[in-house]
Write a protein that binds this ligand. Structure first.
Ligand code: GAL
Length: 986
């Protein structure tokens, strides 16, 4: 069946040319013309290399009956996962090409998928006109045969390609064959930070194009904010007529232009109008929205109003199907975004499935539509031979831009065309920009790599730290290299097209960025990197969790070159469960800011177009975290950007004995397309009582004595409900085995171990904080009081920590006063400071009064509020794709452990502490590579009671923990807290 086909047969694979015999680029509009889906079952065979392909692939007589049958669209490396992977495996590299950089050539070991199927052409298709076959996405290069004729070939994976099959089609059964190569010259332009997967991964259709049909239209629907009128004109073939009942247009000349009373389209008010453009042979439908986009005086104006982009970078990914997404998954993404106040999406780093843009129009999101161009891997070689400035690649660049713009030009949601990502700079990018400006003057152009801003309309950057962003805002940032460009760049808006790298636990510091965006007009916002962890579903084969599914990342597929879990850096986990960071972001970018102060509830709108009549307000008053009064709060509709103040609700309660809080929530008054009525979008809270809530408690104990007596009791002893060994170490509480040691370490989070994309040893490694050894350096007993000092340090260092513990019996309770003193030349930061207890695993629930419901760290607290929360130990864990420190609850004043609802132990803190409760130790968490490696300890749970923990920051890519959220060693003087243990069971 296979033979060595001459290398010239495959010459197109390594030719930079974008394709042969393709039809001109255009959108596929919903139409009255006939179409036939070619999705579904295809015969398939995978050849390992070009040597092994089927010589007569296109031959209708070829017997393919013993070939496999697969579903199209799909990515062949994903088929059969997790249990029976069938064709190779995905591979992950971030920047590096997984093949030698020898453009435009690619290796002969070039996995090549061969697809065949037959189809019946309806007779009407052949009666007149043409029949086009349309591929919405094929990765990466492909050639097409129909009825034995080679039709053409194409590249540009995330872009549509059409071929004219008319000359070869016949009535009855037709034979189609497609050969798809994993690697091609096109791969050099598709070096995005994502899995390398291949195949016909988007839909395929046969489209009847009646002669004289409407192949293309370009709708220009502007909105004049001064007159309040829409202006409509449509480029359409001569003789076509335009109808829009709603606008009173009935079979009019599409060229117009028409001045019309319309409601404008915005991401907040996504008003669409259905247009029909028809002639005698065809009718096409376009949904349009009226809006005008302008860059003016350093701002992005839509309909004359400055817009702040609160966005997210979205790759297309599904852990089972890879880059082939169902419409349901696309809707899920958008609904989650809307539910979390996200108003913008950058289609990083390629045009998405076209249906996604339909949904953005419909639900309302500002879109940066990005072209399928990234040559990042050339940076590894100093950008030598980068295609971006090489005339040999000009057609390929231009072709990609043209295909994107022609496909997507009618989407009102698109506010920027983006030339691509991380391809340095060069004439080919400038040419893309120039062509686009001519074709669509209505949209500004984005590209982050054009630092000089001589061919873009926005000053776009990635991962700049706060202080740099502030300098830009104040106009004191460094000038462009070429002074001629400086004034222009300073006149452009500044956009952080990527910031806050959501890898693992984090990003921290969102609130600080948003405060800047909110207060400087030149800053038009940013896009979090990124939406989803691109995990690949796998199944654990051995051990106690055998059979459990988990999500793989780089290196899990034997890739010789890979970038580990840098692929897992999203706001949602691979199964689209929101990570705590999404809740944090939602509140940081909430549509209203709610402040309760001095008897007044202030509601400030952050919306640009809509008033707040879609919101209802509810208040909750709680005493010590328990709701004691709740009700509706009447807030008049707040105009965009305006502030309204209403009196606080009357409190019909006796004076509070402890902490009394009020929380006011803004929820959806009615259900929308993306969330049910009552869905919370924002909250504000304040304490009504005068109980201080310090961030960092101070120890009430004096410093430890300078002369230490190691001491020893001659027998184990007890104080109240607690039993200690002869060395003064806690061993039992009310008869339950427990233990307690000082702890300064956390399971390394991605932001601790990566810097600018590279894995580096944490700064804490030399201190040995992950392998502390402990010694009781003082022990004295005085009646019902025990005084212990534990001295701890890692091997080979004289940086020591003394933990003083004073245990006092108080009736059936036990009081523990603590104090932490660093001894020796400490400097810099430490990950955590506190106590780690082990307790019976049967205590499987935690109730706490503090911040919740989800995890919080010093710099990720915005989305959490003060209340009493309850969760099982399982629910307390955040299953980050690569296991790491997680699950902390902050500002905890009381906590209670219970066994299946039966209270076991209550702990009161004299001032707020941080609490982490888990079914495995920090060591086990650190050792785990995947979630399925984590096995609960059979009889122990681990309770961390921390004085503080270092913030999480965004150092994996971007700035680290801000000084205000750092745990520095010089803060440790007088650190400590007092706990009261109330054993509740025996
Ligand atoms: C950026 C890049 C993204 C992603 C990110 C790190 O430089 O544009 O695609 O790689 O870094 O996760």
């Amino acid at each position: 069946m296979s033979s060595s086909t001459s290398s010239s047969t495959h010459a197109y694979v390594s030719d930079p040319a974008p394709g042969t015999n393709r039809s001109p680029a255009r959108p596929a509009l919903p139409s009255s013309a006939g179409q036939l889906s070619l999705d579904g079952e295809w015969r398939f065979r995978l050849a390992d290399s070009l040597e092994d392909v089927t010589a007569d692939l296109g031959d209708p007589g070829l017997d393919d009956s013993r070939w496999d049958v697969i579903e199209v669209p799909s990515c062949w490396q994903m088929l059969g996962r997790p249990d029976e992977p069938r064709y190779g495996a995905p591979a992950y590299t971030n920047i590096r090409y997984p093949f030698p950089v020898d453009p435009p050539f690619v290796p002969e070991e070039n996995p090549t998928g061969e697809y065949r199927r037959t189809f019946e052409v309806p007779a009407a298709f052949l009666a007149d006109g043409r029949c086009l076959i349309r591929f919405e996405g094929v990765d990466s290069a492909f050639a097409v045969w129909c009825n034995g004729e080679r039709i053409g070939d194409g590249k540009g994976s995330r872009l549509p390609t059409e071929f004219d099959l008319t000359p070869v089609l016949r009535a009855g059964t037709n034979q189609l064959a497609v050969r798809v190569h994993q690697w091609s010259s096109g791969s050099y332009l598709e070096d995005q930070d994502m899995w390398w997967v291949s195949g016909i991964f988007r839909s395929v259709r046969l489209l009847h194009r009646p002669s004289g049909g409407i192949d293309d239209v370009f709708v220009h629907a502007d909105f004049d904010h001064e007159s309040g009128l829409g202006r409509l004109r449509v480029d359409a073939p001569a003789g076509a007529r335009l109808t829009c009942q709603e606008l009173g247009l009935d079979s009019v000349d599409p060229a117009g232009p028409y001045e019309l009373a319309v409601e404008p389209w915005t991401a907040e008010t996504p008003r669409l109008y259905s247009l029909t453009i028809a002639n005698d042979v065809e009718r096409v439908e376009v949904r349009t929205g009226f809006r005008t986009i302008r860059i003016d005086d350093g701002q992005l104006l839509v309909n004359g109003v400055p817009v702040l982009l609160q966005g997210v970078n979205r790759h297309e990914w599904d852990p089972v199907t890879g880059r082939t997404l169902s419409e349901e998954t696309m809707r899920r993404d958008i609904e989650l975004m809307k539910q979390h106040n996200i108003n913008a999406v950058r289609t990083s780093h390629y045009p998405p499935d076209a249906r996604f843009l339909d949904l953005c129009d419909e639900y309302g999101l500002w879109v940066i539509d990005e072209c399928d161009v990234e040559t990042h891997g050339f940076v590894m070689n100093g950008w030598r031979h980068n295609p971006s400035d090489d005339p040999a690649w000009r057609d390929a660049y231009l072709d990609r831009m043209q295909r994107m713009v022609e496909r997507d030009k009618n989407h009102p949601s698109i506010v920027f065309w983006s030339l691509g990502n991380e391809s340095d700079t060069g004439a080919n990018l400038a040419a893309m920009s120039e062509w686009t400006r001519r074709r669509d003057p209505g949209r500004p152009i984005h590209y982050e790599g054009n630092r000089e801003c001589d061919y873009v309309d926005v000053y776009s950057k990635m991962y700049d730290p706060i202080d740099f962003v502030e300098r830009v805002a104040l106009g004191i940032d460094p000038p462009t290299d070429d002074p001629a460009n400086d004034a222009r760049r300073r006149s452009l808006p500044y956009l952080l097209v990527e910031y806050a790298h959501a890898m693992g636990n984090g990003p921290g510091g969102l609130a600080e960025y948003q405060a800047l965006f909110d207060s400087h007009r030149r800053l038009i916002g940013g896009f979090i990197w990124e939406w989803i962890d691109h995990g690949v579903v796998l199944r654990q084969q051995t051990g106690p969790n055998a059979g459990q599914t988990y999500y793989g990342y780089g290196g899990d597929f034997g890739e010789p070159l890979h970038d580990r879990n840098f692929i897992a850096d999203g706001l949602v986990l691979p199964d689209r469960t929101p990570s705590p960071a999404l809740a944090d972001y939602a509140q940081v970018i909430a549509p209203v800011r709610i402040v309760v102060d001095a008897g007044i509830v202030e509601v400030r709108s952050r919306l640009a177009f809509a008033d707040t009549s879609h919101l209802a307000f509810r208040y909750y008053i709680s005493d010590d975290g328990i709701d004691v009064q709740a009700g509706d709060l009447a807030v008049p509709a707040v105009a965009p950007g305006a502030t309204v103040r209403v009196p606080m609700p009357t409190i019909e309660l006796p004076p509070a004995r402890s902490e009394r809080w009020i929380r006011v929530e803004a929820v959806l008054a009615d259900k929308t397309t993306w969330a049910p009525a009552g869905h919370r979008l924002a909250f504000g809270e304040t304490q009504l009582t005068d109980v201080p809530v310090p961030q960092r408690p101070i120890s009430t104990l004096p410093p430890p004595p300078t002369r230490r007596d190691p001491g020893s009791a001659d027998r184990p002893f007890s104080i109240g409900p607690a039993e200690f060994d002869t060395r003064g170490r806690l061993v039992r509480l009310s008869g339950h085995a427990v233990s307690l040691v000082p702890d300064l370490w956390r399971a390394t989070i991605d932001n601790d171990m990566y810097a600018g994309g590279q894995a580096v040893p944490t700064v804490w490694e030399p201190l040995g904080l992950h392998r502390l050894r402990h010694r009781v350096s003082h022990l004295s007993v005085d009646g019902d009081q025990l005084f212990v000092i534990i001295r701890s340090a890692g091997a080979a260092t004289d940086q020591l920590i003394d933990t003083s513990l004073v245990w006092t019996a108080e009736a059936d309770r036990l009081r523990l006063q603590t104090r932490f003193d660093l001894v020796g030349p400490w400097a810099g930061t430490i990950p955590r400071l506190g106590l780690r207890l082990s307790v019976p695993a049967a205590w499987n629930e935690l109730t706490w009064f503090g911040l919740g419901p989800h995890e919080t760290y010093a710099d990720t607290r915005s989305g959490a509020w003060t209340s009493r929360f309850r969760a099982s130990v399982d629910e307390l864990q955040t299953p980050y794709t690569r296991p790491q420190e997680n699950g902390q609850r902050s500002l905890v004043r009381h906590l209670e452990l219970a066994a299946d609802g039966t209270p076991a132990l209550r702990i009161d803190a004299d001032s707020p502490i941080s609490v982490t409760y888990r079914p495995w130790s920090t060591e086990a968490l650190e050792a785990a590579r995947h979630t399925a490696d984590l096995v609960p300890d059979p009889d122990r749970n681990w309770l961390h009671l921390d004085w503080a923990q270092h913030g999480v920051g965004s150092a994996a890519c971007g700035p680290g923990v801000l000084p205000t959220h750092a745990l520095t060693t010089n803060q440790v003087a007088n650190a400590g807290f007092t706990l009261t243990f109330h054993p509740l069971t025996n």
